[in-house]
Design a protein around this ligand. Sequence first.
Ligand code: SAH
Length: 253
Amino acid sequence: MVHFVGAGPGAEDLITIRGKELLEKADVIIYAGSLVNPGLLKYAKEGCEIHDSAKLTLGEVVEIASGACEQGKDVVRLHTGDPSIYGAIREQMDAFDELHISYDVTPGVSSFCGAAAALNLEYTLPTVSQSVIITRMDGRTAVPEKESLEALSEHESTMVFFLSAGDTKRLSERLIAAGRRPGTPCAIVYKATWPDEKKFRCTLETLPEVAAENGIEKTALIIVGDVVEPSEYEKSKLYDPGFTTGYRKGTDS
Ligand code: SAH
């Protein structure tokens, strides 16, 4: 059987207990070497076969995993963050379905949560933004036209850009041209939760400069929106003494 496991954003102790236990039992581990903390491999048992998928094609990953499964072995496919976000797992699952190989998924802490933690940030502040758009800028991989950053930015929701740190100039120029104010608060977080994490608050206008000055071109997230530097917001209803909930009687009833 193949277990897709989310490794978490970087720090070794941010993998789930279930994920760690699956690593300990695995006969074969195929990990995304470009982003997964290699420190997690210390959980592998002796004799475990380990492959770095950064050097492999989809066909090779499937071949290694299916070969192991045919021998009754347990395979962990270790993905960075949560496997469901830019994890390219659907294509692996489809290949395993064709081969009648069973699999399951253990979620992980996505890097966008790691970045929020690094910044002490709440993505969903009442009256500021109640939605988070997780997206990427188009590059070598296209983005559906309806999801262009111009189209998405119309909502003025909080935006988190994955896979886009290589061209912060274009990202900033396009968002400003689409109508976001140049002073919109932004943050760029490099290797959130890793020991060499770097984080900077800036504005949409200063983002390219801040990224260049600090040599950030990859393994970073860009967060755009007033939640990064909120001037004012309303407190949540949930803890408002006047608000009755299913668990607490408020002064409103
Ligand atoms: N599944 C992963 C994302 C994989 S796509 C997740 O849930 O986080 C790879 C992109 O994720 C990188 O280019 C970068 O934009 C982002 N990323 C992954 N780990 C990161 C980290 N620790 N800090 C900042 N960005 C990270």
